[in-house]
Design a protein around this ligand. Sequence first.
Ligand SMILES: Nc1ncnc2c1ncn2[C@@H]1O[C@H](COP(=O)(O)OP(=O)(O)OP(=O)(O)O)[C@@H](O)[C@H]1O
Length: 336
Amino acid sequence: MAVLEVRDLVKEYRRGVRANDGISLAVSEGEFVGLLGHNGAGKTTLLDQVVGLAKPTSGSIHVAGRDAVAEPAFARAACAVMPQAQAPLSGITPRQAITTMARIRGADKSRARERTNHLLSALDIEAWADTTGDRLSGGVRRLTAFGMAVVEPGRVVMLDEPTNDVDPVRRRLLWDYIRSLAGDGHAVLLVTHNVNEAERSTDRLVILDAGHVVAEGTPAELRARAEGELRLELTAATPESPLPQIETAGSPRRDGRRITMPITADHAEEALNRAQHLRANGDIEEFALTPVSLEDVYVGLVGTGGSNGDERAGGDGDGTPVSSGDEAEPAGSLVS
Ligand SMILES: Nc1ncnc2c1ncn2[C@@H]1O[C@H](COP(=O)(O)OP(=O)(O)OP(=O)(O)O)[C@@H](O)[C@H]1O
């Protein structure tokens, strides 16, 4: 059953910025959904509207079957939110901040203490439990904010970039904890720019571009949209070196000396042989053949992003697509 249901949501800010432009999505009990999108795609605006911090221009939001726009107090009680901005922790410690949030959200003293200890341990921040906020690192502040949000989680848990500033080891603890929240039946909606981590942990992903949902599905479903199952990454001898003659499953992309080519599994062996030959000739320095990642699909869908689409590079965030222009050949052809 969908605990969070958003339909045709439009949010137009005063100066005419259409931050959400007809978004529909649903998150069910026990489901972990990742929300991806470029800077300014409208992710935070969506979360803000669910808990009444911004009012929709049109469309509807239901939390546990109730109209969240008409009943913002209910929505706030039913949703745990970790905002994007750092929590104001000056003069208070992680232990005090998390315990206080537990009390605000209805826990009695002993439960608040127990939940706080559990979170400090699960996130491995016990060493800083009694250090005041102004002396905490950015990562520990972020983990404290996460603890504050989920100490008494509510039926919906919404997290806006919780892993920012967090070290790789604790980031894993954080992802595991978020996964366990879904395992306990909470509906989890998580905003992130970390496509690879989202791919590993979430049940489903929703990709936003300029206020629209441009794709949604399980990580495997989204990966299946890619051209070819593999990527051949080559480092050319010089930025001017011609594109190597290799049969591709789509348009190669180029970023200086770095060239990325979509390859089908059927052509993998041929592509490797060709790359080895080019390296022996000194035409390329190195190469690697890797399975297609969700990041490849994501970059193909939203590119560098931009609220009016002007900044799009035709599908590549860090490289220049060479599907048109002098060096280009149509997808699926032998490029030279
Ligand atoms: N209070 C506001 N008034 C006017 N425009 C706003 C306001 N808040 C956000 N915007 C604009 O709405 C658009 C969407 O912003 P939003 O913060 O929702 O994006 P986002 O996807 O969360 O971005 P990021 O990944 O950078 O956090 C942007 O163009 C932003 O400048």
